[in-house]
Design a protein around this ligand. Structure first.
Ligand SMILES: C[S@@+](CC[C@H](N)C(=O)[O-])C[C@H]1O[C@@H](n2cnc3c(N)ncnc32)[C@H](O)[C@@H]1O
Length: 356
């Protein structure tokens, strides 16, 4: 297994590029990788004979990620969307009783909460599910743009600022999303996304040509709580903790024998993480065709006492499961620090390249 450094690929492992791309930017998923990483891999691996238009299936267990992906992946009739936006924008405001949890009330002025409640009621009355969910995602984006929420990892700070009219922001947001639909030139292919735990994939053996994935990072749980306002706006549930990789509630006795020598002396979080990730890797191995390629975006884990190597350990576990771990391409490096900002070591973010 070769370890190479290509720090100029660093941006590909982040959401940054997607922020400027139509449709990709309909949901700001800070923890996501970029479209261009998938383009580069597809080209390198010769998927779709050098062109895109590759069928795909995506899995997640987080209701909001699934919702946003579903809305982004659909084919739309842009005239139907524009007509729905016109109707919504003509609706006459009515003041409704607003009941929201405290953490939502803190980040919106009351007048905005009333606007959100009104537009949400109007949108929920739209019968066509495709149109309804498109409008809802637009409302969520517009509301977040007007809110006082300032995200700092999993923490949400309140930063007060002048209030904009939600109606104007919503109109702009929805029209912009409509023009994205018009501008977006994808090649015909079948892409779906489903709720599924990656430790038990709903796929037949040897049915997959390639995998690009980014599991949760060790000891980084921001993604579980950072979207709770958006979740509330969309009436979505939080993800079930027993489905999340590396997360446990209660103190069940765990058997680490399968990952034994890799986790000796590591913190319990790392033990659980590698155990769950080995289950994921074994599933990937089962569903991959002979010669299939895998790119897994991973990062070493920061702990107050030490940095836990994840990039090489996952690659070794991949070899144990039946992959050939070909390369670890280090694309980002950052210092891990203690809460008092003392440097503990360097954590690498890498592309783990495997072949079945
Ligand atoms: C760090 S994010 C990476 C995001 C995403 N893969 C990307 O880069 O575009 C990890 C994702 O894994 C999902 N996840 C956590 N546990 C999972 C499981 N057991 N099965 C499938 N997905 C899971 C989380 O909900 C989250 O969306």
């Amino acid at each position: 297994m070769k370890i190479v450094e290509k720090l100029k690929l660093g941006q590909l492992a982040t959401f940054l590029i997607n922020k400027r791309l139509p449709v990709y930017n309909w949901f700001y998923f800070k923890e996501a990788f970029s479209r261009d990483l998938v383009f580069l891999l597809a080209e390198t691996w010769g998927l779709g004979e050098g062109q895109l238009g590759v069928d795909g299936i995506g899995y997640d267990v987080h209701p909001i990620m699934l919702f946003a992906s579903r809305v982004k992946l659909r084919d739309y009739d842009v005239e139907e969307l524009r007509a729905a936006v016109r109707v919504l924008m003509k609706s006459k405001f009515e003041k409704l009783e607003v009941e929201v949890p405290g953490f939502v009330a803190r980040v919106f002025p009351k007048i905005l909460l009333e606007d959100i409640a009104f537009f949400k009621r109007e949108i929920l009355e739209v019968e066509n599910e495709k149109v309804r969910e498109f409008l809802l995602l637009g409302l969520m984006n517009a509301a977040m743009r007007c809110s006082w929420a300032h995200k700092d990892g999993a923490a949400i700070r309140v930063v007060k600022k002048p209030t904009h009219s939600l109606r104007n922001v919503l109109k702009r947001q929805l029209l912009y999303m409509c023009s994205d639909v018009e501008r977006f030139k994808g090649k015909a292919c079948k892409v779906t996304v489903e709720h599924c735990d990656a430790r038990k994939l709903k796929l037949a053996e040897e049915s997959v040509d390639a995998v690009v994935t980014s599991p949760p990072y060790l000891n980084k749980r921001e993604y579980i709580n950072a979207y709770r306002i958006e979740q509330q706006l969309l009436d979505l549930d939080a993800p079930a903790s027993d489905q999340l990789i590396g997360v446990r509630e209660g103190g069940a006795v765990e058997d680490f024998s399968e990952v034994g020598e890799f986790v000796e002396g590591e913190p319990i979080e790392a033990k659980l993480y590698f155990k769950d990730m080995f289950a994921v890797i074994k599933e990937l191995c089962r569903v991959c065709k002979h010669g299939a390629r895998v790119c897994l975006v991973a990062s070493d884990g920061c702990f107050p006492e030490d940095v836990v190597d994840v990039c090489e350990t996952l690659s070794r576990l991949a070899e144990r499961a039946g992959f050939r771990a070909k390369r670890v391409i280090v694309v980002n490096k950052r210092f891990c620090t203690t809460p008092a900002r003392k440097k503990v070591g360097i954590a690498r973010e890498s592309l783990l390249m495997w072949e079945r």
